[in-house]
Every structure is written in C-alpha cells, then in structure tokens.
Design a protein around this ligand. Structure first.
Ligand SMILES: Cc1cc2nc3c(=O)[nH]c(=O)nc-3n(C[C@H](O)[C@H](O)[C@H](O)COP(=O)(O)OP(=O)(O)OC[C@H]3O[C@@H](n4cnc5c(N)ncnc54)[C@H](O)[C@@H]3O)c2cc1C
Length: 415
C-alpha cells in the first residue's frame, strides 16, 4: 500500500485549497446569514440558492475542479477513490465547498448509481444534467413507519401495470427534496415479495413533479433545516411512471443499494475528516488566543493532552479511510465491506469527539452560530445514523469476523 499523493491529486488539492481560500471562505458567513433569513420549515417552497453559489460553480467547472468523485475520465476527473480521498477531505473543511465542486451528497451517490446501473436513456435524461450541476436529486429509501436500517423492512410498493409501474408509500429523510433545483427522486420499494429477501425490492427514477407525489414537510435536524437542500418527508400515492424508469430490473434494488452506498459512504467519511481538521484548528487557535487563570486556554487542565489525542484519532481515522479507499480501488466496494463499514463507524465518531472538545474550549461561543461548530456537531451526530446507524455497521463487521470461525459454533447461528 502506498498512500503517497499522486501528482494529479497534489495538483487538484493545491487548486482546491486556493479556490476555497480565495472564493468560498470569504462568502461563507454571508451565505449562512442569507440562508438563516429564509430558514423556516414551512416556507421551504420559497427557499433560494444564493446567486454566488451558481457563480462559483461555473468558475470551479471552468477551472476543471468539477465532478472529482467520478473515476471515469470522460465524465469526471478520472481519479481513483484513493486519489479522490484527500480532495474530499479538503472540501469537507467547508460546509458549502462540496456543492460548488459538484461533489455533494446525495447527488454524488445518485450520479454513481446512474453511472453504474442506468440505461443509456436514463443516463441521457438524468445523469447528464446532474453532472452538469443543473439539477439536484433525492434518494428515497427510509420510511417513517418501519425500522429502515433493516432495508428488508421497506414496505412502500412498486406495482407493475402493463408498461407502467405504480408507486405507493411514505418516505422521509429524503435529503435534497427541498432544493429549488431538485427534479429527480430515486424511489426504493417492494416489487417482488415472492422472491428471497434480498431480491424483493426495486429502484425507480421518478421526476419530482409526477402527479401523486406530495412533499409533506421538511424535517429539522437539531432544529436546522439544512436549506437549501432540506430533508423531505415525501408521500407517493399511485404515482405512475413508465416501466423504463426502473433501474436495471425489479428485484435489483438491494444489489444497486450496495453499489451506491460503497463509495458514497466513504466520501462522507473523507469530508468528515476535513471537518474534524477544521474543528481542531479552530480549537487550537481559540485556545492560544484567549487566556484564563493567567494562561492561554490550551495550557490549562488537560487541554494539551486532549489536543494530542484528537490528532491521534484524526490520523488513525484518515489511515483507515485511505485503506478503505485503496481496497475499493483494488477489489471493489462489495469485497471492501468490512473496511467501508469500519470507516463509516470511525470517522463520524472522531468528528463528533473533536467537535465536542472544540465546542468545550470555545465556551459559550462554541454553542453560538458565530463559529460553525454546532453545524459540524449536528453533521457528525447525524452521520452516525445516516447511511446506516453505527450499530448496523458494527453488526456487519462482527458477522464477517465471526463468520471466519463459523465451523467452531456450538449452536445454531443467529445471523
Ligand atoms: C441527516 C440525515 C440524512 C438522511 N438522508 C437520507 C436520504 O437522503 N435518503 C434516505 O433514504 N434516508 C436518509 N436518512 C435516513 C437514514 O439512512 C436512516 O435514519 C437510517 O438508515 C436508520 O433508519 P431508521 O431511522 O428507520 O432507524 P431504525 O431502523 O429504527 O434504527 C434505530 C436504532 O436502532 C438500533 N439498531 C438498528 N439496527 C441495529 C442492529 N443491527 N444492532 C443494534 N442496534 C440496532 C440503532 O441504535 C439504530 O440507530 C438520513 C438520516 C439523517 C439523520
């Protein structure tokens, strides 16, 4: 394993750093102030993207800092997962940079899904405008009425009727559904209950303006609506779309979800480490510039040890992330399931720990919105649930690990 940055990564990294410092950092405060003014769940239909974002997207694209997540050199930057990791980390330092480089969730996962599993027509209609950053999309899997961390529970339905499929059910936490440019939902539902449990579901592409779709509300996450994307509760009532909107075939939903969540999950982890670096930097700067009891805050109590422990935790998580990225490149997401789940547990927990300590050292300011720590904390806490809660990933790692010794089991296996 060689984690030396490739020349391509170094070049992109340097250019992303310069771009973020020159164009994104200076607008961050104003951007959030503008959004705060429209931050109201009930008014989500009139959410607007501050114009500076579209301007910066055009600029980033012109500079070739665009679709960096996609390994295909014709459609993306042609970087491997390992090469992309440091770039995603760099973007993760800013809450808005991923969108500006067209590398933000859930669109990256949805684009990957279309890239790998979409038909040529589906790619033309949906992947093209997503890659151009012209539209946004939502992934609708989780349901309010069932424990969705076990996806075999999903009960929304996909019924085949002639040349159409009919969708029914309630979905929530559909990130991106409130975005003013959201045009597409990817709906996962029960299509083949007669099949074995991992072949029962399908995925369907649904234009968000199809009759029968009702976006009931935006869900606040720790009181924040994460505008302009939002997290929608979306009801589907007899929503009809052509059968050609089914991705691959009915029954393939699980297989597609596994493929989607692999690289997408680790992008989150890389960004989380960038956010952790930023929180640690804010903590140290604050601790050096403020004094109490006659000393800079960093020199009080166990603060130096805390800073050292956080550095160790971030660097450990980074190595695990790079290892998972390397493994995805070498053997594919399915064979790297342990590593993907391991980093999906480790990175958000490290971020949570770093941000919590950074908040503590900031005192009251840490809880205010004068520094971005509460937003980073909410992100860390939510990431421990989104894309599968910690416990589910631990369960998967344990199953694979214990499975290596299954011949020694004394009684019936419970998995
Ligand atoms: C900010 C945010 C954004 C999201 N974005 C999306 C999105 O875009 N699209 C989408 O479809 N979903 C999205 N989600 C939903 C997310 O993926 C689900 O919340 C998650 O998969 C868990 O499902 P659930 O909420 O039904 O929890 P449940 O399945 O009810 O689980 C609740 C808890 O039960 C425990 N548990 C579950 N399984 C096990 C186990 N095997 N062992 C031990 N304990 C267990 C865990 O503590 C778990 O947290 C998002 C969530 C958040 C918070």
């Amino acid at each position: 394993m060689d984690f030396t940055l490739s020349a391509k990564t170094e070049d992109h990294l340097e250019r992303i750093k310069r771009f973020v410092e020159a164009h994104i950092d200076p607008i961050e405060e104003g951007y959030f102030r503008a959004l705060l003014a429209q931050n109201h769940g009930e008014r989500w239909r009139s959410w607007k993207v501050p114009p500076v974002i579209e301007e910066l997207k055009r600029k980033a694209r012109a500079e070739g800092l665009w679709n960096l997540f996609l390994p295909d050199a014709k459609l993306g930057a042609g970087l491997t997962t390992l090469e992309y990791a440091p770039l995603a980390e760099q973007m993760g330092r800013s809450l808005i940079a991923p969108e500006i480089f067209n590398c933000s969730a859930p669109d990256t996962g949805n684009m990957e899904l279309l890239y790998h599993f979409g038909s040529p027509e589906q790619k033309e209609r949906w992947l093209k405008p997503l890659l151009a950053g012209e539209i946004r999309s939502a992934f609708c899997m989780t349901e309010p009425d069932v424990a969705s961390s076990d996806a075999t529970n999903l009960q929304a339905t996909i019924r085949l009727e002639g040349n159409e499929v009919v969708l029914n059910g309630k979905k929530w936490w559909c990130t991106g559904a409130g975005h003013p440019h959201a045009k597409l939902a990817i709906f996962m539902g029960l299509s083949n209950p007669e099949n074995d449990r991992h072949r029962q579901h399908g995925m369907v592409l649904v234009p968000l303006d199809t009759p029968g779709i009702a976006i009931k509300r935006m869900l606040p996450a720790f009181g924040e609506y994460d505008e302009p994307s939002g997290h929608g509760e979306v009801w589907f009532e007899n929503v009809r779309v052509p059968r050609s909107n089914v991705i691959r075939d009915l029954g393939d939903g699980f297989m597609i979800a596994q493929g989607r969540l692999g690289p997408g999950r680790i992008h989150h982890c890389m960004r989380a480490l960038g956010a952790a670096e930023r929180a640690l930097e804010l903590m140290i700067k604050r601790g050096l510039s403020r004094a109490a009891f006659g000393k800079p805050l960093v020199n009080l109590g166990g603060n130096r040890e805390r800073i050292a422990d956080l550095r160790i935790a971030i660097d450990q998580a980074r190595l695990l992330t790079l290892y998972a990225a390397w493994k995805i490149d070498k053997v594919g997401a399915l064979a790297a399931m342990t590593e993907i789940s391991a980093i999906k547990v480790a990175a958000p927990n490290v971020l949570e720990q770093v941000v919590s300590e950074a908040i503590q050292l900031h005192g009251g300011a840490g809880i205010s919105q004068d520094v971005p720590l509460t937003a980073l904390y909410a992100m860390a806490r939510a990431l421990r649930i989104a894309d599968g809660p910690d416990a589910v990933h631990r369960g998967l790692i344990a199953r694979i690990e214990i499975g290596k010794y299954k011949h020694l089991a004394a009684g019936p296996r419970d998995e």
